[in-house]
Design a protein around this ligand. Structure first.
Ligand code: BG6
Length: 487
């Protein structure tokens, strides 16, 4: 049975409260936690944005957005109404001088004794200014916390500037840098699987593992985010953060506890061991792609250039053969792949084991694979070779051992933001990125961006609805391997 331990009462201020992330993810996540009884009655969620709204019209906006983004959550209408009573709105241009903050100061004047959280669901260019205003207005009390949404900058230099600026007001123990992939159920299960089972550790290295694949494929295009996305591209948007975090959790050594710094200290070692690309390495081991028009699940999808209204050299797909240069992983490639407008939405980590050294059955054994599916249907499967039952010759079948229990127990998988938001209130930093992690990830990404710039060349086009450019399949093929793309 799921267990919900109420968190302490809190005042959560969401900057960028009318934006896509807030409506699509943050408010639905808070609603679910409220419906499960985890949010105490004295808590308040204060939306802040420039829009000309008041508390009533903002509640209406949240109510309507729940119908779209939390469908089916409000079977108990009275309970959902009750949730909305915890929501308030303060109209605020967060970049404005301290004087303009009177409304926010008034809203927070009754919050004594509660956990105070500022969630910056805004462009990263505003992070430092908002932190400074919070200091000038006295709203950043010694115990208050700040939550920063990714991206933290667009390269190492801008990430450092953000970390310095925000760090001048909020020390590291009060800074929660969100990477929502760390809140996904299967990602947490990866740690449990690795460190709560004696069976796994002895096979978790180059002695037994052939390679690792991490795929994050999306069906969606850039939607209304073309302006942001075109300056960013798939490497900055997905690889520098989400995919590297997944890689870290696959590759890290056992932390000595689940304590935040114990985990983060191990992740930083992995990031530091990631081999940096130079121009030649980037040419050989990476692929950039961009979608052209095509069909995604039978529906016509426009080309990226048409979606953003201009030609562009930004990549909407990348495939990378990454290498972790340490004793455990030397010689075990980590193939990373992500793209928009691909054939299906699917995120998974595949640990592919080596073939048996000889076959005494005359062949037919497939490699063992441990497949951790993050979405859409979360689960863990271990592919093993078995004897196909029945008489006749001895035939081998590769079949999955299903390690997913959610369906069996009728548990709803919580959205990543539900767990992460509650962790902020509890003050648990384990699933958030520490400053040095973000900067190490940028150091690696910057080297690749520089190598791409040096090599020049446009991204390779792939049809929307496909598995990416052919070069991505070739990247594996050259090594005698193939992407795991089940039918
Ligand atoms: C975000 C990216 O961080 O993650 C988006 O900015 C992407 O471009 C999204 O679509 C994917 O998240 P999820 O949880 O839907 O896989």
């Amino acid at each position: 049975m799921a267990e919900f331990i109420p968190v302490p009462p809190f005042d959560l201020v969401v900057f960028g409260a009318t934006g896509d992330l807030s409506l699509r993810k943050l408010f639905p996540a808070l609603l679910h936690r409220f419906l499960d009884g985890q949010i105490p009655a004295q808590s308040r969620i204060i939306g802040a944005a420039r829009g000309d709204l008041d508390t009533n019209s903002f509640r209406k906006l949240i109510h309507d957005s729940h119908e779209e983004f939390a469908p089916g959550a409000c079977v108990d209408h009275a309970k959902c109404e009750e949730f909305l009573q915890h929501v308030e709105y303060v109209k605020l241009d967060a970049t404005a001088e301290a004087l303009a903050w009177a409304g926010m100061q008034a809203a927070l004047s009754t919050g004594d004794g509660k956990v105070r959280i500022f969630y910056l669901a805004t462009a990263p260019s505003l992070f430092v200014t908002i932190a400074q205003r919070l200091a000038e207005t006295g709203l950043a009390t010694p115990d208050s916390r700040i939550v920063l949404e990714k991206p933290i900058g667009r390269d190492l230099a801008s990430a450092r500037a953000i970390n310095d600026g925000v760090g001048a007001v909020f020390d590291e123990s009060r800074t929660f840098r969100i990477d929502h992939y760390l809140g996904k159920e299967t990602v947490q299960n990866l740690l449990v699987l690795r460190f709560a089972n004696m069976l796994i550790e002895p096979v978790w290295s180059r002695a037994t593992i052939d390679h690792v694949q991490i795929t994050v494929a999306e069906e969606i295009g850039v939607e209304g985010r073309g302006d942001y996305y075109d300056k960013s591209g798939a490497l900055r948007d997905m690889v520098q953060n989400h995919i590297l975090q997944l890689l870290c959790l696959v590759a890290l050594e056992s932390p000595n506890s689940m304590d935040a710094d114990a985990i983060r200290a191990e992740k930083i070692k992995v990031l530091s061991a990631l081999k940096r690309f130079d121009a030649a390495g980037a040419k050989e081991k990476t692929v950039r792609g961009q979608y052209k028009a095509g069909l995604v699940k039978g529906k016509a999808a426009p080309a990226y250039a048409d979606e953003i209204g201009r030609r562009s050299g930004t990549e909407t797909f990348v495939a990378i053969k990454a290498e972790v240069d340490n004793w455990r992983w030397a010689g075990v490639p980590f193939y990373l792949r992500t793209g928009k407008r691909m054939g299906e939405r699917r995120s998974e980590i595949v640990i592919q084991f080596k073939q048996t050294p000889v076959s005494i059955f005359g062949g037919g054994e497939g490699p063992n694979r441990l497949v951790l599916r993050l979405q859409p249907d979360e689960g863990v499967r271990l592919w093993l070779n078995m004897k196909e039952p029945g008489p006749g010759g001895l035939r081998i079948k590769t079949a999955p051992l299903d390690l997913s229990f959610a369906e069996e127990f009728g548990v709803r998988y919580p959205d990543a933001y539900e767990r992460l938001l509650m962790d902020v209130v509890r003050g648990n930093l384990a699933l958030f990125m520490r400053r040095d992690e973000v900067e190490a990830a940028w150091t690696w990404a910057d080297a690749l961006l520089a190598a791409w710039a040096e090599n020049g060349g446009e991204p390779k086009l792939y049809a929307a609805g496909s598995n990416g450019p052919e070069a991505s399949a070739n990247l594996m093929d050259r090594d005698g391997r193939a992407w795991w793309d089940p039918e």
